[in-house]
Design a protein around this ligand. Sequence first.
Ligand code: SF4
Length: 341
Amino acid sequence: MIDLDSKLGDVKAAYDAPEPTGMTMNDPGARLRLSHSTLELLHSCERKLQKIKLLHNPYAKEDTPATVFGKAYGAAAQLYMILRTMGETSAVALESAIWEAFIKYTPFLEDEQRFLERLIFCLEAAVPFHEQKLMEWEIATFNGKFAAELSFCLNINEKYYYVGYLDLVLRNRRTKRYAVTDYKTTAMRGEDLTPNYKYSDQVIGYSIILDAIAGEQLADFDTNYWVNQISGSSKTSLYEPKFHSYTFPKTLRDRFEWFTKIYLDVNYLQTLEPLEAYPRRASCKAFNRVCQFFNDCQFTSSDLPAAYVEDTTDYQFTYELDDLFQDHQRRLNILMTTAGV
Ligand code: SF4
């Protein structure tokens, strides 16, 4: 199953699980946290979103070897970049990154393609990739700290809000362009993974933080996907990960389009809510796994609202969607006027 929320937030939640509030998700004051993964879930099967986010769910949160491996790799690779930027040697940065991977590899789930030994091998094999990236990009700073693993909360209305965790904000040493960078791990096959990332809007959404880092004058930026491809489970392919770097230029208009999509998705959710009608889609088997609700999906008489747990996360950035929408409309108008459109 896809990861429902943050990459690192899940690890934190295991230790800082907040107390239930005594309210349910049906109470007027209950807020619904959205994320890129939650909206992917909405687009794949509304009933599944309802089961996971709105109803009492008797099943444990479905971590998989893929999500655990990906989270641990991303956290460790970020740490390598930060330590090298701080002047540590490659050997010291790699050792720390491997320890980070050990710590973040939780819960300990492995399969024939994703296992701890392979993760460590991936980090070792990624050293030349990262060294080349360090020559090309520097990590941006914000308030005197590296712009890494930044969190934000975007308030959409009284009930809905959207959260995101951004891996790295980088600045190209030559062109000075900023790039919002996301680590990905995939078992997809193929030489060219461009179609999988070019129009993904995940990182465009995360780019709202760029205004605080680079200033509002910034109208163009890049999205970077640094991909660790671990396809194949043959003996040779197991130890031959491939690393890809995809950079896509984006503009304020792309971000404006993302705001529009968030409004549309929330409008749709608000339409479903009073109807209590959450359509079932034929997404019951994905990535070779059958949906955990497959056997009881059709029974609605036992649906109970989920307990509401207040989100006490201290997000580093908080925004109001209406304000951002209007602000971007204004900035786009200025750009069009300046360009004589
Ligand atoms: S079993 Fe199929 S229809 Fe039911 S929630 Fe899962 S994906 Fe949706």
